[in-house]
Design a protein around this ligand. Structure first.
Ligand SMILES: [Zn+2]
Length: 100
């Protein structure tokens, strides 16, 4: 049996960082309590915390500028302008695998 190597298989969702730890490191301050927390939005000039982040799924949504995504990978891609694979590597969710 020869298994085709598809690049998509390099992404390992199970290795995505814990959303709360990730957002705390990225955003500095995060409000306490509840699943959805508030933080300053990095996608626009924010003076009052308008970014809402889900500490369980990693989803985020800015109530002011409309930036949003479904997980920390989306956040990494959008904040740093990275393509999928580079963002996955940056957050440690990329399986380098073995060289053939
Ligand atoms: Zn915003």
């Amino acid at each position: 049996m020869i298994a085709a190597r598809r690049p998509a298989q390099r992404f390992d969702r199970a290795r995505l960082p814990d959303p709360l730890a990730y957002y705390a490191a990225e955003l500095g301050f995060i409000s306490s309590g509840g699943v959805w927390r508030s933080a300053l939005c990095p996608f626009h000039k924010d003076s009052h915390p308008s970014l809402r982040v889900n500490t369980q799924t990693g989803a985020f949504k800015c109530m002011s500028c409309g930036a949003h995504g479904g997980d920390v990978l989306d956040f990494q891609m959008q904040r740093y302008g990275l393509p999928f694979a580079a963002a996955a590597k940056a957050v440690g969710a990329w399986n380098e695998g073995h060289h053939v």
